[in-house]
Ligand binder design. Structure first.
Ligand code: PMP
Ligand code: GLN
Length: 380
């Protein structure tokens, strides 16, 4: 029997494709975004302790209370912003589930959702499967700056949500305070919900400040912030994240969440809560990754790739237009098969597969891997 697909245009994600190809060809895998060094021993031990101390049954639906408190304290410490630990924060199975559940809780058929392209790959399918319609706003390499008059022209009475993402995957750009003020102004007095995907909030370089949606009091009142411990604590495989939002939004989120996953891995939540008692565990991330970015870029400065240093995330975009005019997906595959290095082509995140001849490389890797990667890139 055949069923009409709800997602006819969706196939295997580029991350799965490129990681698969990297494994097949034993290539250095700088494609899918994950570290190739171990998760912290201290954190692993804290999770093990939690298991040995009885945290093995269902966590409360919204999350382990110690973790909710740790998250709430973090917002106070970093942004002087208050989220009620029991009412305004929910722990999720990664940011992906938070995003999907937010969309499911609010998007009805034909509701419009503004997304900026290149866009992380889980945004559009979440909207579509819920019957919504994405309205794309294409940004342009190399700066991916937002034209706010274009955004204004795309907002209408049908706009239910705007999805934003800073620091931005895949471009490695960040939004300025002015960008956030523009968004706040454009959505002021509307019922538009802002989904601010801040999974890379602790990875911002060159002394810049992360402009969290919670810093803008009016914007905060209609925003969900999504976050991922996988990104922050170097363990993407644990799939633990959270979201926060004002009470009136979070209570709707939880109506879906409690039937979607109900609650997530309890010992990991308790372990992370104990780990976060030391704020250095997340505050140290900027300099940790800036050292890696700087190492990688200094090693490839003489290569034929052109770049603007990443401003945030653990991704660096490289422009290969001086090397070839091949389609970026083909070139990424060729580099994997023939040169032994895997990356992510950006066109797959763009409107109509717009090809700017740029590839994304993940530098959440050991220095040794970055040195090997640079040796390859310098030969191309
Ligand atoms: N948003 C962005 C921008 C991402 O890069 C990722 C991948 N980490 C996610 C959401 C999903 O995060 P998680 O792995 O916690 O589901
Ligand atoms: N967030 C990861 C990246 O951008 C991919 C996660 C996944 O494979 N879905 O590389």
């Amino acid at each position: 029997m055949q069923h009409l697909s709800k997602l006819p245009d969706v196939s295997t994600t580029i991350f799965t494709i490129m990681s698969g190809l990297a494994n097949e060809h034993r290539a250095l895998n700088l494609s899918q975004g994950f570290p190739n060094y171990p998760s912290s021993k201290k954190l692993n031990n804290l999770v093990t302790n939690a298991m040995n101390n009885g945290y093995n049954q269902y966590a409360p639906m919204a999350g382990n209370l110690d973790l909710l408190l740790a998250i709430s304290n973090k917002y106070q410490l970093l942004y002087e912003s208050t989220y009620h630990p029991e009412k305004e924060i929910t722990v999720t199975a990664g940011a992906t589930q938070a995003i999907y559940t937010i969309v499911s809780a609010f998007i009805r058929p034909n509701d419009e959702v503004l997304i900026f392209k290149p866009a992380y790959d889980c945004y559009e399918p979440a909207v579509e499967v819920n019957g919504g319609k994405t309205i794309p706003i294409q940004l342009f390499a190399p700066d991916y700056k937002v034209d706010w008059s274009e955004v204004a022209s795309k907002i209408s009475s049908r706009t239910k949500m705007v999805m934003i993402n800073s620091p931005h995957n895949p471009s490695g750009t960040i939004w300025s305070k002015d960008d956030m003020l523009q968004l706040q102004k454009l959505t002021k007095g509307t019922n538009i919900i802002v989904l601010s995907d801040e999974v890379y909030e602790h990875i911002v370089f060159d002394g810049e400040q992360h402009q969290s949606a919670c810093l803008f009091e009016d914007l905060k009142q209609r925003s969900f912030i999504t976050a991922s411990f996988g990104k922050t604590f170097h363990n993407t495989g644990w799939k633990i994240g959270y979201c926060c939002a004002p009470d009136y939004l979070m209570s709707e989120f939880r109506k879906v969440h409690q039937f979607n996953v109900f609650s997530v891995h309890h010992p990991a939540q308790k372990g992370i809560a104990d780990y976060m008692l030391d704020a250095e565990t997340y505050l140290g991330l900027n300099s940790f990754f800036q050292q890696k970015r700087d190492l990688f870029l200094s090693l490839i400065s003489e290569s034929r790739f052109k770049f603007k240093p990443s401003k945030g995330t653990y991704f660096q975009v490289l422009d290969y237009s001086e090397i070839t005019d091949k389609y970026d997906v083909d070139f990424a595959k060729q580099l994997t098969k023939d040169f032994g290095i895997a990356s992510i082509p950006l066109s797959v995140f763009n409107e109509n597969d717009k090809d700017d001849k740029v590839l994304r490389f993940c530098f959440a890797k050991t220095d040794d891997t970055l040195v090997k990667a640079a040796e390859i890139l310098n030969r191309i």
